[in-house]
Design a protein around this ligand. Structure first.
Ligand code: RP5
Length: 173
């Protein structure tokens, strides 16, 4: 199976990216994690992207905040699919990173997920690998069914949940 590269712009992105790593692990997908910055270590980031296909990677996930150029800078140096995670910083609620990641010029695509959308980034990477992997596709279908069952269970108990909430709110009055 091809590997997923998970690249962070800084160690400060780890709390967000951790969810992507946990998700990849749950599918048994092999991955490598690195910290390369589009601004602080641009040569290392470019060199990694240039060699990624040869190194056995099938997808690159890139997470960065603020002026988040990492996903685009990696995408500029590879034709592997790149999934961008805009990370929220203390300013602009993540809008800075979202626009920096998503607004790519024609020719260099970055598949951008929601601000801090690490789980979806990992799922998208798994879906890309599953195009050529029936076992992985089966695992994805199982997860969808499990998630749907969890919602149906909540639907079945929504009256009880509401009654418990009312009781709690009344108690706090
Ligand atoms: C970005 O700047 C990183 O991806 C991080 O989200 C943000 C701040 O980085 P640090 O100053 O915390 O290293 O490049």
């Amino acid at each position: 199976m091809k590997k997923v590269a998970v690249i962070l712009g800084s160690d400060s992105d780890l709390p967000v990216v951790r969810k992507a790593l946990v998700t990849l692990e749950s599918f048994g997908v092999p991955f490598e994690t690195h910290i390369y910055s589009a601004h602080r270590t641009p040569e290392r980031a470019a060199a990694f992207a240039k060699g990624a296909r040869e190194a056995g990677f099938g997808v690159i996930i890139a997470a960065a905040g603020m002026a988040a150029h990492l996903a685009g800078a990696l995408a500029a140096n590879t034709t592997l699919p790149v999934v961008g995670i805009p990370c929220q910083s203390n300013t602009f609620s993540g809008m800075d990173a979202l626009l920096s990641t998503v607004q790519m010029p024609s020719g260099i695509p970055v598949a951008t997920v929601a601000v801090n959308g690490a789980v979806n980034a990992a799922l998208l990477a798994v879906e890309i690998l599953a195009v050529e992997d029936a076992g992985l596709a089966e695992k994805l279908a199982e997860k969808r069914a499990k998630d749907a069952a969890a919602v149906e269970e909540k639907d079945a108990s929504v009256d009880g949940l509401l009654a418990a909430l009312e009781q709690k709110l009344n108690h706090n009055l």
